[in-house]
Design a protein around this ligand. Structure first.
Ligand code: URA
Length: 263
């Protein structure tokens, strides 16, 4: 997909979401929240569903949880306009209740199409509903701070999926907040690994050999590295010692990165 095609696909999805009536959440919403961000990003964040502020503004993560998400991103030197942020359900569940399975199912094709259009190298899930789409049956308390390859069913077969606690949970619990800061520090390492996996895949398919990047000199901006023009600024690299927390073994299980000799 070219950048223009990607942008058009995302805009088309957003237009459909804005007028969607596929489930009961449409009745109580003020505005649908399709998601937003940089169409050329390599990193997509997926939350649960809009809350009060998001419902008013039609934008994801603009309340207290969003404020914390922005602070977490800043620890990597990233800003929200460098990534793409969306949700599992695009309309606010009344009183911020959990989304129902049929609501998640009704909204799922929108997220699938967003994943297909963005083709992110890394998907970062925020909370258990988002985690469940990519890692059904897992427990967030066990998998937070780890990542694994996306499956075809998840809609992100070419991605590494990185699990974080939901920022709203972090705003309520200092232990979860501390874990979230530790966990997000591992995302750049996942991005490097995802790039290397994609480069190897392209090589196997007869493409150019692209050496794996090292954290000391890599541009860890969450920016698609293509021959196509992009307008994204480079961002600073987090300290190597802060970066890696886990990685993915051949069987798809997450293991601590320091066992892999990656850096
Ligand atoms: N919580 C979410 O899961 N998504 C938002 O957009 C805001 C809060």
């Amino acid at each position: 997909m070219t950048p223009d095609e990607r942008r058009s696909a995302l805009e088309a999805i957003a237009k459909e979401v804005a007028v969607c009536t596929r489930c009961r959440l449409a009745q109580a919403r003020t505005r649908a929240v399709p998601g937003e961000g940089n169409p050329e990003t390599e990193v997509m964040f997926v939350g649960e569903g809009p809350g009060f502020n998001e419902d008013r503004q039609g934008r994801p993560f603009v309340g207290q949880a969003g404020h914390l998400l922005e602070k977490l991103l800043l620890t990597l030197g990233w800003t929200r306009d460098q990534v793409f942020i969306a949700n599992v359900v695009k309309c606010r569940p009344p009183e911020n209740r959990d989304p129902e399975p049929d609501e998640i199912a009704a909204c799922a094709p929108f997220l699938t199409r967003q994943l297909e259009a963005l083709d992110p190298a890394v998907v970062v899930t925020l909370g258990r509903y988002s985690m469940a789409r990519f890692n059904p049956g897992a427990k967030i308390s066990q998998v937070h701070g780890t990542y694994r390859p996306g499956t075809p069913e998840s809609g992100a077969p070419d991605s590494l999926v990185y699990f974080l606690y939901h920022p709203a949970a972090a705003t309520r619990d200092p232990a979860i907040e501390a874990a979230s800061y530790r966990d997000i520090a591992g995302v750049p390492a996942a991005l490097l690994e995802a790039r290397a996996r994609r480069a190897n895949r392209d090589t196997a398919a007869g493409g150019m050999v692209v050496p794996a990047e090292r954290t000391e000199d890599a541009n860890i901006a969450p920016q698609r590295a293509t021959t196509e023009p992009t307008e994204r600024p480079a961002v600073a690299l987090p300290a190597t010692s802060d970066v890696a927390t886990s990685s993915v073994a051949a069987d798809g299980e997450s293991v601590p990165t320091d066992q892999l000799g990656l850096f």
